[in-house]
Ligand binder design. Structure first.
Ligand SMILES: [Zn+2]
Length: 182
């Protein structure tokens, strides 16, 4: 297993546009494995490399029982239909808000061996492609919410227990510190 800590809202890596993958080597395959293992561990529908602190254009998905990955992805909408429904993000744990997305998209990219891949999806898969590609541009789905919902979302994020923690909290002792000198 190579489960990595998921970076949370507020971490600058999530706001940094990721770099195109140029080398399809063992290190890249390890990254895809890490992303896949971490996504499954978190029961996520998708995970982008910046979310584990790697600023490369790679994401994985697990939608309708199908797990895959896409490298250097681009996508375009198919038709004009939109979907409006709940969306969440492993970097904003425990929260969902309704977000507008294209209903159907077709994505192009490569697999970890550098072979071209085409991925067409509707509904959840389409939502996932748009959400993960946004991550690679430093965009988070709260940026896509309507202004009212975004305001609410930002207030909820600021109030979250995890918000503002520079690193994942590691408890070194199960005992309370009350009454102890440090
Ligand atoms: Zn996300």
């Amino acid at each position: 297993m190579s489960i990595q800590p998921v970076r949370l809202f507020g971490d600058p890596v999530l706001r940094t546009p990721a770099t195109e993958v140029a080398t399809f080597d063992a290190e890249l395959r390890k990254l895809v494995t890490d992303l896949t293992d971490t996504m499954h561990d978190q029961a996520g529908a998708g995970l982008a490399a910046p979310q584990i602190g790697v600023s490369l254009r790679v994401f994985t998905y697990d939608v309708d029982g199908i797990t895959g990955h896409l490298i250097n992805p681009t996508f375009e909408k198919v038709g004009e239909e939109e979907q409006f429904g709940p969306e969440g993000c492993l970097s904003i744990p425990g929260m969902t808000w309704d977000c507008r997305r294209h209903l159907r998209v077709v994505a192009h990219g490569m697999n970890m061996y550098g072979e071209p891949v085409r991925l067409e999806g509707t509904e959840m898969l389409a939502r996932c492609v748009q959400h993960e590609t946004d991550h690679l541009d430093g965009v988070l789905f709260v940026d896509r919410l309507d202004p009212e919902t975004r305001k609410l979302a930002m207030a909820q994020i600021r109030a979250a227990q995890w918000f503002g923690q520079p690193e994942p909290v590691v408890k070194t002792s199960p005992h309370p510190l009350f009454g102890k000198a440090l």
